[in-house]
Design a binder for this molecule. Sequence first.
Ligand code: FES
Ligand code: FE2
Length: 420
Amino acid sequence: MSDLISRLRNRQKGYTLEAPFYTDPNVFDTDMDVIFGRHWLFVGVEPDVAEPGDAMVVDIGKNSIIILRDDDEEVRAFHNVCRHRGARLLHEEKTVVGNIMCRYHAWVYNTSGELIHAEHMGEGFDHSCHGLKPVHIRSLEGLLFICLADEPPEDFDKMAEVMAPYIAPHNIRNTKVAYQHDLIEPGNWKLTMENNRECYHCGANHPELTVPLFAYGFGFAPEELSDTEREHADQYACTLKDSHKDWEGIGLPSKEVDHLDDMVTGFRTERLPLAGDGESHTIDTKRACKKLLGNLTNARAGGLHFWTQPNSWHHFLGDHAIVFSVLPLDAERSLLRTKWLVHKDAVEGVDYDLDNLIGVWMATNQQDSDLVGFCQQGVRGEGYVPGPYSPHTEMLVEKFSNWYVGRMLAHLSDASSAAA
Ligand code: FES
Ligand SMILES: [Fe+2]
């Protein structure tokens, strides 16, 4: 433990982490305890559990969590563990329940988690002491976050206050999951997150993703630009400013807010213009779904980016939204879960073509997964030493690593001083 604390304390700012942070199973276990055990994690959307009785199971390390909509339409979360002898209760990722009956000895819980039936337990047995163990859950405009800690970070409310007006126009509660894809990336979860926090690699690796992206939207070294490039960069800066003004004028909050490393519940948002026809993040830059989200009347709502620490990013467009969660599997593998959301009344084949809807991110995710795998292979070897982040295009990667180091130190230093 003291070795880990000194590694964290000695981390060189602006550089990637030392190899054990990406490879060591002991560090991984600490990550699961400190980061994934004590922070707000994005796990899905309200449309995953649209109706009373709809249940979803999400595994976070050794913990399996049931998320369900109860009979009063409230979304709740419980540990997926029977209070009798600990059997796992639900075994499928998505299911529909009336009550939850354990297969082992048939204890029955209602959708509020109360134990309502347990045979042969004797007269003194108190049902009310054996309800399912609840997990904190919050919905931010339909995006579901859980926290496994007894006392979750309180600044979720601050994030929610800032973000709600940004997300509300896209009305995520009124969408459906058109498609979900699970991809196991061959890398540590931090490599997946680092990869997501920059677009330095986009030009060389994402032919589909970059179609509607502006080349100068993700940072550049000003001194390396030719006169023409400088002109294009200036044009982009004007486009961004004008777009923000136009969107704000029609009630679409757009300006950048960045608290990636100065809040416990770190987050960032910004609405960015799209190139070409500018309607959506598709190969032809036109909308992928005829029915727009929420009350939007114009598809040209740009792309609203919302990123959270430690495990999610989201893109809200005029016609669809894509939400991503990273769920670590072990030190060297991570599950990337992607969901594509469209208006709940949109009909596949009529309002949208599924291949067109998911094409860009299906390709992009695989490309990113390959890149993450290359890094994982590299950090295993003796040739690896921490390398420098670009100050022009990888500022947000630095903020991710800085947040991680800060959160780990906050918990580990407390724990070690309590033990001393
Ligand atoms: S373990 Fe669930 S009823 Fe016995
Ligand atoms: Fe990428």
